[in-house]
Write a protein that binds this ligand. Sequence first.
Ligand SMILES: O=C(O)CCC(=O)C(=O)O
Length: 404
Amino acid sequence: MIKSRRQQKLEQKQLQSRLNKSSSFATKTPFRDAERNFKSRLPPPDFSSVIDFYNLENCIDEIKNKVIEVELAVDLGEECENLFGKCKDGEYIERKKAYLFKDLPGFIFIRNPFTPDAQKNVIKRCLKDFTKHPNISNLDTHYILPKQGLWELYEKVFNNILDENDKECFIPLKATSTNKNSDMRYTDDDDESPKSTKLTTINKDKPDPSPSPTVSILPPSQLIRKLRWITLGYQYHWSTKSYHFDRRFQFPQDINDLTTAVVKAIDGLGYPDDSFVHKYDVKKWKPEAGVVNYYQLKDNLMAHVDRSEINMDAPLISFSFGHSCIFLIGGTTRETAPLALYLRSGDISIMCGPSRGCFHGVPRILEETLPTYLAPNNVEDPEWDIYGDFMSTTRINVNVRQVF
Ligand SMILES: O=C(O)CCC(=O)C(=O)O
């Protein structure tokens, strides 16, 4: 039988996709090797090749030679002092430096430009505000979360205002609920400038994941530790790896402003020989979607590429808070051995240009790396106690994208 060219092409594509799959899953790849190394508890990982921007002079030469120090277009503190924080008298924070990597055009690293108080503010926002309705979290699939937000309920328990046996602390499961509204979501009227939210039915092509009948009812203090992510702005449909274009919530102004300062600061950064120069007009920058990841100490994020955004020219900006982690970034397949670097509290990593299409992941959260200023039991800041307690087992990552 003679096959049409279209059919031949389709079959070729299917064969290639099967081959790609079998090469990335069945065999070992350099990326998987690196993930295995850093995930290992016994024996402990080999950290000798990890880039440490707080101790570059002591890194091995092979690593040091890959790093290029550059100057940002603006000082982040001058650009956005209210959010990066005002330095105290005598305090100095380097806010005009960034690092590039020779083999990874478009990947930019900025060492923590935040004051401790400014970090605390963003962490509070991630735990208390962004976890509130209408933003969607991993827990929403299985639980009917309280309207006031799970954090506020947990706060009442932490401060002994409520007992976990009180009726108010009962968080019903969706699987056993008769609540007909449980498959409805809040979405926005106005795509350009979300101001209000209204109830709407869900898109039938992108159904919400079904609640599991096997998850258990948990008290707020245990459920809060099961929080893994929430989504900001355009909501994400994880199973089809695409956005819900009809489900969009107001994007937080402070995260908008932080990323706008970063976009301004990285404009024009590039290699000394101009073989790569990053250009993205800050006037075009529109943070439209974000994911806040909450990692507990045993969690990791497998290698992946973020390619759901229609605009792949805009940078993807990522902030780290709390415990440090190992971050891996490689090439467009898992065949490229990744660079490994430490991301510490306050650090900013940016993927733009070719690096936007690169595999990356977080194989390890590092125990006992919480900065002391984020620890609980700080006599000068008793309000921080509940946050410090949560952060004593947590790393938070906020990553922000322009979709269109
Ligand atoms: O946690 C991080 O630093 C990376 C997060 C990430 O890659 C993602 O959410 O796509």
